[in-house]
Design a protein around this ligand. Structure first.
Ligand code: ATP
Ligand code: MG
Length: 229
């Protein structure tokens, strides 16, 4: 699915101060492509990803995913669209604390609309397969607090894959991983892209991961730097 951002601005207001975090960001991402977003800490990467995914509204500007104009949808419509088409790996994981690793991966499948929801047995099989792909077959019944940071991150990646999203946004998906686990996560992302044509947008400080993308865009102080190609 294609992504089109037009002139995005984002300003946070609170306690008598205004922070302009994004300024005039326009970006087109082709369907099925792999794009990395880099930039210094505080440059607005996470904010931009949240806006692209419809988790957050921009202060002004337009966001279009496929044929859907997210910025003219209601909150409920955006949530429905996300459940059907969008996967997200959060920088801080956001796993459900009372659910096992396996249950966390199953949740997005259980939340699919009935016409798209697999049978319970298939949901379980798919979740187990995804956990195996990220090297966690031996941790399926662990709760998040019983997992290391890197293991939680890999559960978050498996969960984001579960419903086979048309677009997958990942925020530092290898940030807590050693090289071997990092490569495994990157390969899982790349195979999702190759097998299902999922558009990948990945925020990363990892230069090796960025170099494996087809395109690298850089944010600096809330603006996109001109691309060199
Ligand atoms: N809810 C908020 N209210 C006020 N300011 C915010 C809010 N969220 C983010 N900011 C500010 O916006 C700026 C960009 O934040 P963001 O999280 O997008 O950066 P980032 O590029 O992802 O950084 P990092 O690499 O450290 O994750 C930061 O200076 C931050 O303090
Ligand atoms: Mg961030």
């Amino acid at each position: 699915m294609r992504i089109e951002l037009t002139n995005i601005d984002k300003t946070f207001t609170g306690a008598g101060r205004k922070v302009r975090v994004l300024e005039g960001v326009s970006l087109e991402v082709e369907s099925g492509s792999r794009t990395a977003i880099t930039g210094p800490s505080g440059s607005g990467k996470t904010t931009l990803l949240g806006i692209m995914a419809g988790l957050e509204a921009p202060s002004s500007g337009r966001v279009r995913l496929g044929q859907t104009e997210l910025t003219s949808c209601t909150e409920e419509e955006r949530a429905g669209f996300r459940a059907r088409h969008v996967g997200f790996v959060f920088q801080t994981f956001h796993l459900l604390p009372a659910f096992s690793a396996l249950d966390n991966v199953q949740v997005p499948l259980e939340l699919l609309p009935r016409d798209r929801r697999p049978a319970p047995r298939e949901i379980r099989a798919r979740a187990l397969e995804l956990l195996a792909r990220v090297g966690l077959s031996h941790r399926t019944s662990h709760l998040p607090h019983e997992l290391s940071g890197g293991e939680q991150q890999r559960v978050a990646v498996a969960r984001a894959f579960a419903a086979r999203p048309r677009i997958l946004f990942s925020d530092e998906p290898t940030g807590n991983l050693d090289r071997e686990s990092g490569v495994r996560v990157v390969e899982a992302l790349e195979s999702l892209n190759a097998e299902t044509g999922t558009t990948l947008v990945t925020v990363t400080h990892d230069l090796e991961l960025a170099a494996r993308s087809e395109r690298v865009v850089r944010l600096r102080g809330g603006r996109l730097e001109p691309e060199t190609s």
